[in-house]
Design a protein around this ligand. Structure first.
Ligand code: UD1
Ligand code: UDP
Length: 373
């Protein structure tokens, strides 16, 4: 019997990480798969949907400027009811740890609909870091019927919390998307030329430092201290800093205020995923507080300095290719300079490690669903 699967997501990283699952299930006639986007993100989500050729079946269109966690959570809960009752899915797949993930899982629970949690089991065990993601994923785990863990460590976290059934190690679907896009770039000379033209302001004689940052726990002091570190680093004439700035006004405002006038720093609009992958491939090192980028960098051999106090992705740190450096100006500067000036350290951190998947995660998730639904 054909199984009805509803994918619910709302933000840029969820879309990047659910795109390959959607296409895998869509090509299998044992599934009737539909997509509901909450619209927690708007422009940044649309960029991904366009790239991966995804047209949502339902769009809750919920984003508000500078939205609060309370309003977003309650709006998702209220709006999802009609979607769930309309499609009556056999299972809903949610991803990771956003407000969309947590509130959608809760909505499914209220309607006694099964939930499959993709990217399950990540933990810092610090309630406020990342905030609110740590609690979002714990609530989702409580509700989920299937836990698709990217790594053995993630599965172990769930076992330690007493979860026993339907725990699967599948790798992370972000690697499926990354490898697909990377191949697209490598195999298409026209595309490569187009991208090189778009980024012709990048000086190939300088080391490219690619920066992103958006975490709520870094709002205020964290983000301004990151900016002051970048300002100082931009004085070195062997580097160039490229920073696609997240659209959250709590990020946009301080970043523009502090860095707008810096000659050697390029503040960009959030980049379409394909363009961002091109930037990652061409970077010397990546400075970020993003979860997904920590995973991607390991697969393309770029050192990542993680501007956070905690990470739920210990694998890259243990493998020696990522470093947790916090958000203090002095620590950021010292760690960047070490990678710029110490060749041995740089080469050690530039190894490619397949710790988050091999590009087959979506197929593995499909096969588990086929077996168990
Ligand atoms: C959200 C997730 C976070 C995830 C991140 C990925 C929550 C609580 N946070 O954080 O876990 O890592 O997405 O980027 O779920 N905005 C726009 N256009 C967009 C997107 C955002 O203008 O396309 C602005 C809006 O003013 C919006 C604000 O950014 O209100 C915040 O968006 P929100 O999704 O609440 O938080 P993020 O910081 O993006
Ligand atoms: N990304 C992108 N464009 C950008 C910055 C990031 O496509 O300008 C991609 C990045 O490659 C990764 C994902 O977005 O796959 C990470 O999203 P984000 O940092 O917003 O969220 P997080 O991973 O921290 O949840």
């Amino acid at each position: 019997m054909i199984k009805k699967v509803l994918l619910i997501f709302g933000t840029r990283p969820e879309a990047i990480k659910m795109a390959s699952i959607f296409h895998t299930l869509k090509h299998n006639n044992l599934f009737n798969v539909k997509i509901c986007i909450t619209g927690q993100h708007k422009e940044m989500l649309e960029q991904v949907l366009n790239l991966f050729g995804i047209t949502p079946d339902y769009n809750l269109n919920l984003m508000q400027s500078n939205q609060t966690l309370e309003s977003l959570t309650s709006n998702i809960l209220l709006s999802l009811k009609s979607v769930l009752l309309d499609f009556l899915p056999d299972i809903v797949l949610v991803h990771g740890d956003t407000t969309t993930t947590m509130a959608s899982s809760l909505a499914c629970f209220y309607h006694k609909i099964k939930v499959g949690h993709v990217e399950a089991g990540l933990r810092t065990n610090n309630k406020y870091s990342p905030w609110p993601e740590e609690i979002n994923r714990k609530i989702t785990a409580n509700i989920a019927d299937f836990h698709f863990c990217p790594t053995a460590a993630a599965k172990k976290n769930l076992l330690n919390e007493g979860y026993k059934e339907n725990l699967y190690i599948t790798g992370n679907t972000v690697i499926d998307s990354l490898l697909l896009i990377q191949q697209k770039i490598y195999n298409d000379e026209n595309l490569k030329n187009k991208l090189s033209g778009k980024f012709d302001f990048i000086d190939k004689n300088k080391k490219l430092i690619l920066v992103t940052g958006h975490r709520r726990e870094n709002f205020g002091l964290g983000i301004s201290s990151i900016c002051y570190a970048l300002e100082e680093l931009s004085n070195r004439n062997d580097v160039q800093i490229v920073y696609p700035v997240h659209l959250n006004p709590n990020i946009q405002n301080p970043v523009k205020e502090i860095l707008q006038e810096c000659k050697n720093i390029f503040l960009l609009y959030p980049q379409e995923y394909l363009d961002f992958v091109y930037l990652m491939i061409n970077s010397y090192l990546i400075l970020t507080d993003s979860g997904g980028i920590q995973e991607e960098a390991s697969a393309i051999g770029k050192p990542v300095l993680v501007m956070r106090d905690t990470t739920e992705r210990p694998e890259a740190i243990e493998a020696g290719i990522a470093k947790l450096i916090g958000t203090h100006k002095k620590d950021i500067i010292e760690n960047v300079i070490k990678l710029l000036d110490n060749k041995a350290e740089y080469e050690y951190m530039s190894q490619i490690k397949n710790i988050y998947g091999d590009g087959t995660s979506s197929i593995q998730i499909q096969n588990i669903l086929l077996e168990h639904l």
